[in-house]
Ligand binder design. Structure first.
Ligand SMILES: [Zn+2]
Length: 247
């Protein structure tokens, strides 16, 4: 499709105005039959022009604002269910939480790690970016990367949880992640690990966010095949508790 970048900026600006005008905090969005959802938003579009959707649950006036996202790698599909369950379940209290279950819709539908241009989105962020066969033509070259950057800039969350598979652990490398990483490890019942991305991390979402914002972003990896019950029943409750929320 041929929507121009300028048209997208205009759309994004309209979305921001809607956000400012806003619905009252406790009222569910009228177009959304999900009682937990207080707001929903298209944060951008994929290479193939598929919408990337975010849902806000909880209390917009809560002290802690957080973002939880999944399927940045399209073939790591299980943890998105945690976020869909939080979105589709009962109302959430005590936290202002945005969930983005599928950041990479083209990769997700193709069951492929990369986006439709063969780029690993978690190597495409403009922080210590390195040119490789799959890191993109330049930092933030991909529309999915830019959509997430704009969204996080606007929300400015205290916590970001980025779900992946299959390394089974929580990345606590670096002092900034230590406290929140330990908390996630205890609540989600996953071991703490130092992920080094093979030969060092370049252009990852957490590198970019942790360098740019006061908040802290942590990578959470489940195993290759977590149980349905863990994704749909146990982990949603655990994640809310780790972030200070409940339902
Ligand atoms: Zn991954």
């Amino acid at each position: 499709m041929s929507r121009s970048p300028a048209a997208r900026v205009t759309l994004a600006a309209s979305a921001a105005l809607v956000l400012v005008a806003g619905a009252p905090p406790a009222a569910p969005a009228a177009q959304d039959a999900r009682p937990a959802v207080v707001q929903s938003r298209v944060i951008g579009h994929s290479v193939k022009d598929r919408p990337i959707r975010a849902w806000r649950v909880g209390d917009p006036d809560a002290r802690t604002r957080a973002v939880a996202l999944a399927s940045l790698h399209g073939d790591e599909a299980a943890p998105r269910m945690i976020l869909q369950q939080i979105r589709d379940g009962r109302p959430v209290e005590g936290i202002d939480l945005w969930v983005v279950p599928v950041v990479n819709p083209d990769g997700f539908l193709a069951d492929r790690r990369h986006n439709a241009r063969g780029v690993d989105l978690n190597r495409n962020f403009p922080r210590e970016w390195v040119r490789t066969a799959t890191s993109g033509r330049r930092p933030a070259s991909e529309p999915e990367t830019r959509a997430l950057m704009r969204f996080l800039d606007r929300v400015d969350p205290r916590f970001v949880v980025s779900f992946h598979q299959p390394l089974y652990g929580i990345d606590t490398y670096g002092p900034k992640k230590r406290w929140f990483g330990r908390r996630l490890s205890e609540e989600l019942n996953l071991p703490r690990k130092d992920f080094a991305c093979g030969s060092g991390c370049h252009g990852t979402l957490t590198q970019w966010f942790n360098n740019r914002f006061d908040g802290v972003a942590v990578t959470v990896e489940y195993g290759a095949d977590p149980s349905w019950r863990r994704m749909n029943v146990v982990a949603p409750r655990q994640l809310l508790r780790a972030l200070g929320g409940s339902r």
